[in-house]
Design a protein around this ligand. Sequence first.
Ligand code: MN
Length: 272
Amino acid sequence: MTAPLVDRFAECIAPASWQAVDVISDLHLQAGEPDTFEAWLAYLRQPVPERADALFILGDLFEVWVGDDVLSPHASPSVDHAFWRACAEALKAYSAHAPVYFMPGNRDFLLGPAGLDACGMQGLSDPTVLVFMDQRWLLSHGDALCLADTDYMRFRAEVREPAWQHRFLAQPLLQREAIARELRSQSEARKRNTGSDPSLWADVDTQAARGWLRHAQAHTLIHGHTHRPARHDLGDGLQRVVLSDWELGARPARAEVLRLDAQGMQRHPLQP
Ligand code: MN
């Protein structure tokens, strides 16, 4: 299987006034993980001088997103309606001070224009080149490059079709939530069969990553999705930087922000 073709990568050109940019992914926010949500609120409520000039979220901010109507006071509202509203309101408040960019992940690709607006976020296509500090940083969620997972790649192609999304979103909200729970438990079962060792799960394909970087005329690919934070040297001066997922309930807790500034890149672990 070959990497998906992207004719021309989207670009996001940072204004000269930006001194620092934060990049995060894979918070998997959900009502059942209150510790992670609290850490996220603490991050959003940092004193203004400590904040970045822009926040880039590279997908899987939410554990699941079955449609923007989870935010609506529906006749039969989402099981976690209050939680989704709290997420949107906290982001909206933060976005009054700094722009927030959102690239969809495999969990929250159904976040639409109404959801983006409620959260005060601007949508980004996957991949996007961020032009910042005289460098081109290639940003992606990362799942599109996990080529060895052919079952997932087939599923991904199917659910990214507008016709599939239209059919899915036409179903009642509570039914969509039930389908999402079922898909989730199937994926958990697959993980148990593969074993709990993440090194056995599909990873980003090196040749595909190199191809994207050359095409983007960038040296650094930053992505999430795999939950395996690391820096990989891809040769020829190219590198792949993997973001950490956030799970404050895990022991040891995991949560990290990647900050880009004049010094380069630094990982900032968040304390529980
Ligand atoms: Mn993902």
